[in-house]
Design a protein around this ligand. Structure first.
Ligand code: DGL
Length: 272
């Protein structure tokens, strides 16, 4: 089956990477809207219009399902996309439910883009699942910039995260929900700051499992096999993926090399 996965940028690669673990037999088209990243600082109208354009592009390429691998685009556009197009379109939302259900008393911090935090979709979700009002929301837009620059462990990254958390007593928190797909790359930085006891919860596994259910396809029974690529040729052949940046196929050797490095980074941070 051919599955389209899109995001404003390289955040969505973390969903694609998880799909390689659980659905390695499928074909993928990965689309990063690098001309318009970051979505988290755009208007809802802009994000909706980009999302419609990308969906039409992917449909023309013959995809049978689409994953909006972007919490921001999901919160703004998912309803409209589902209204307009008949193939399965899956979205992503911050994994608040598993965080609330999997922990007891302490607080939970959701980090996301400003748009995701402002939109009603997240408010509705909290209304449904956060009965004891344990969840706080914190925008972290600069992490998207850092991620796009492939800067994950620098002093600037650590300083920025620490500064955003300064008003909070992190001792009161048991879990950090990564409500933006770009935030997966920084797991070692969160660990360095919050230690090993804070749960880091992302929505990738849940999204891929849901995709399998919707498409009626089996999950791999070896999901924890290591997925790294020694060279870009293997990345393209083994994982059967076409990559696009804002509608242009990625053929440039240095760009492909960047994607290879990012996949290897995602493997490295997967179980952190
Ligand atoms: N990766 C996206 C998300 O999950 C959006 C990042 C951005 O472009 O601001 O929200």
């Amino acid at each position: 089956m051919k599955i389209g996965i899109f995001d404003s940028g390289i955040g969505g690669l973390s969903v694609l990477h998880e799909a390689y673990h659980y659905l390695p037999e499928q074909n993928y088209i990965f689309y990063a809207d690098t001309e318009h990243v970051p979505y988290g600082l755009k208007t809802p109208e802009q994000i909706l219009s980009y999302s419609i354009g990308i969906t039409e592009f992917l449909l023309e390429k013959g995809v049978e399902a689409i994953v909006v691998a972007c919490n921001t685009a999901t919160s703004v556009a998912i309803k409209e996309l589902r209204k307009r197009y008949s193939i399965p379109i899956l979205g992503m939302e911050p994994a608040v439910k598993p965080a609330v259900e999997g922990t007891e008393k302490k607080r939970i911090m959701v980090i996301a883009t400003p748009v995701t935090i402002r939109e009603d979709k997240l408010k509705d979700l909290l209304h449904r699942v956060d009965e004891n009002h344990r969840v706080d929301l914190l925008p972290m837009p600069r992490l998207v910039e850092f991620a796009e620059r492939t800067e994950f462990d620098s002093d600037d990254v650590i300083d920025y995260i620490k500064k955003q958390f300064e008003p909070y007593n992190m001792e009161e928190y048991c879990a950090l929900v990564l409500g933006c797909t770009h935030f997966n790359y920084f797991k070692p930085a969160y660990r360095q700051i919050f230690g090993d006891d804070t749960l880091l919860i992302d929505g990738n596994h849940g999204t891929v499992k849901h995709l399998a259910e919707v498409l009626g396809i089996e999950l791999s029974n070896t999901p924890d096999n290591v997925v790294t690529f020694d060279d870009t040729h293997k990345m393209l052949e083994l994982a059967k993926t076409e990559y696009y940046y804002s509608g242009k196929p990625i053929a440039d050797a240095s760009e492909l090399e960047r994607l290879r490095i990012l996949h290897n980074r995602l493997e490295f941070v997967r179980k952190k």
